[in-house]
Unconditional design. Structure first.
Length: 144
């Protein structure tokens, strides 16, 4: 004869586990940044799926990391950025930007070599930005 309390507990535990699994499968993923904002590095758009390894290289997974909570882009191991995100400009030309952002605030920490792009670091949109160099990186903020 089985213990009714033990069977109920196992049924409860099974239902709880299935509920947790369903929540992870069916709940929408959180956003890395607000609607209308974009961040591109080396021609790759940063998303929640690639924020921990933006470049997607399994051999160098921590070269470019984006922390949404801190609005910080970490560039490690003197990463080489050789491609850009193509953007149309008002003069009708397209230019490539190595690190392209429309975020209202972006801290860039670390070191990188940016080459082969028309613009190394650029802000998308019509906003005015302030760019400051610091001992640990570059701070880019919306100018008020």
């Amino acid at each position: 004869m089985q213990n009714k309390t033990g069977t109920r507990f196992l049924n409860y535990l099974s239902c709880l586990m299935l509920s947790i699994i369903a929540a992870f499968i069916f709940l929408p993923a959180g956003k890395v940044y607000a609607d209308g904002e974009e961040l591109w590095v080396n021609g790759i758009q940063v998303s929640e799926a690639n924020a921990e390894n933006v470049l997607g290289d399994p051999h160098t997974p921590h070269d470019v990391i984006y922390s949404a909570g801190a609005n910080t882009l970490y560039l490690n191991n003197n990463v080489e950025i050789t491609q850009g995100h193509s953007m149309p400009f008002t003069d009708g030309s397209n230019k490539t930007i190595g690190i392209a952002s429309s975020l209202s605030t972006l801290d860039i920490v670390g070191s990188a070599t940016i080459s082969g792009c028309d613009i190394g670091i650029g802000m998308m949109g019509n906003e005015a930005y302030r760019i400051e160099g610091t001992e640990t990186g570059i701070v880019i903020t919306l100018k008020s």
